[in-house]
Design a protein around this ligand. Structure first.
Ligand SMILES: NC(=O)c1ccc[n+]([C@@H]2O[C@H](COP(=O)([O-])OP(=O)(O)OC[C@H]3O[C@@H](n4cnc5c(N)ncnc54)[C@H](OP(=O)(O)O)[C@@H]3O)[C@@H](O)[C@H]2O)c1
Length: 334
């Protein structure tokens, strides 16, 4: 596909990940002397500051953004949201528009979005990413891509180093990148579950967790081990700059669904699911998914949280238990 000389980019869904990626895309657009990129987010107030900091304008409506852009990147919370947003985008975009979606979606949903885009003579690429918001900010993501080659060739021409440090081309079949993302998340959540168990065991045996963490750093120097190991060692589970429990449970549900559909047991993720459920009940939806460790700790008779106390007030038989509510500290119970 021959790219128009003045590519107009759009970005839809500016949460923890999307806001960082959109900022980097805007820097690329500025460098190329392309127009300011157009942004749309459900909660407009969260992104208004970006107009001052980045080469971008906040769009008044999704329809306006769709109608003016050649390439629209999206990063949305879940499948239902993506389907809703794409119905609106496809009804308003120009023929030939390229969509690059960075959300983690079930492969069937990516296929559905591709079919919807094709119906409107548009191109849909599944481009899920590996890496937390900090990696999105420093453009150190691993970006996967699948979809028709016309769209892929254009997006591949700038995605590295604009959004990521590397790209993995999964080919024509749209669902493949979505599937790879789920298989990769099986490894990541499995690592969080194993780290949760290992740090709990270390603490129960009286072993110094700092020394154990040093071992992790030396023997497993991969980002997931080192970064999640640190959060679990310190009990730092704020989801504000990470991946929240509902997002993690969405991905765990994808893994379990793939397992059910292919008759493949997923015992590690089943266990992680239980620990995430406990962590959510104890600390709430805004915790990072590494709070899986809090669920594990409880099963071993340890307090759920060490360091900061994230525990919520829980009403049992009308009586208020100790903890925090709505972020306000009531009583830490210690
Ligand atoms: N965080 C990570 O570490 C990470 C890493 C890799 C991939 N991912 C994937 O990237 C995607 C985004 O993750 P995130 O961490 O950035 O999540 P997030 O911070 O919760 O952002 C979600 C985005 O979806 C929008 N949204 C939610 N409900 C909506 C609705 N009903 N209608 C329209 N927009 C809606 C939100 O808009 P508002 O601002 O209005 O709420 C926000 O822009 C997810 O699919 C996730 O699985 C996340």
């Amino acid at each position: 596909m021959e790219a128009p000389r003045q590519l107009q980019f759009g970005f839809v869904g500016l949460g923890n990940m999307g806001s960082q990626m959109a900022h980097n895309l805007s820097l690329y657009a500025r460098k190329q002397q392309f127009p300011r990129i157009m942004l749309w987010n459900r909660t407009r107030s969260k992104i208004e500051h970006m107009e001052k900091e980045s080469h971008c304008d906040v769009s008044d409506s999704l329809a306006e953004l769709a109608g003016r852009c050649h390439v629209v990147h999206t990063c949305l919370a879940n499948d239902a949201v993506a389907l809703d947003i794409y119905r609106q985008l496809c009804s308003n975009a120009k023929k030939g528009t390229i969509f690059a979606d960075h959300s983690t979606l079930y492969p069937d949903t990516s296929d559905e979005l591709q079919a919807l885009s094709k119906e409107h003579s548009m191109h849909f690429l599944s481009c899920p990413v590996f890496g937390p918001p900090a990696a999105a900010k420093s453009a150190q993501l691993l970006v996967t891509l699948s979809g028709d080659s016309e769209g892929r060739d254009l997006v591949k021409s700038y995605i590295v180093p604009t959004l990521g440090k590397s790209a993995l081309d999964c080919g024509e079949a749209t669902r493949k990148a979505a599937l790879l993302k789920i298989l990769g998340n099986n490894c990541i959540l499995g690592t969080i579950e194993l780290l949760s168990e290992s740090f709990t065991l270390a603490e129960k045996t009286g072993f110094e967790v700092d020394l154990f963490y040093e071992f992790i750093q030396q023997w497993f120097p991969a980002a997931a081990w080192v970064n999640y190991g640190k959060k679990i060692r310190d009990g730092t589970f704020s989801g504000a700059t990470g991946f929240t429990i509902p997002g993690g449970m969405k991905d765990a549900a994808f893994i379990r669904r793939l397992g059910a559909e292919t008759s493949t047991p997923t015992p590690i993720i089943d266990q992680a699911w239980n620990h995430l459920t406990t962590a959510k009940a104890l600390g709430g939806e805004s915790l990072d998914w590494s709070a899986c460790a809090a669920g594990m700790r409880v099963t071993a008779g340890l307090p759920a949280f060490k360091g900061e106390d994230f525990s919520l007030s829980v009403k049992v038989n009308g009586a208020e238990k100790l903890g925090k509510q709505n972020g306000e500290h009531v009583n830490n119970g210690h």
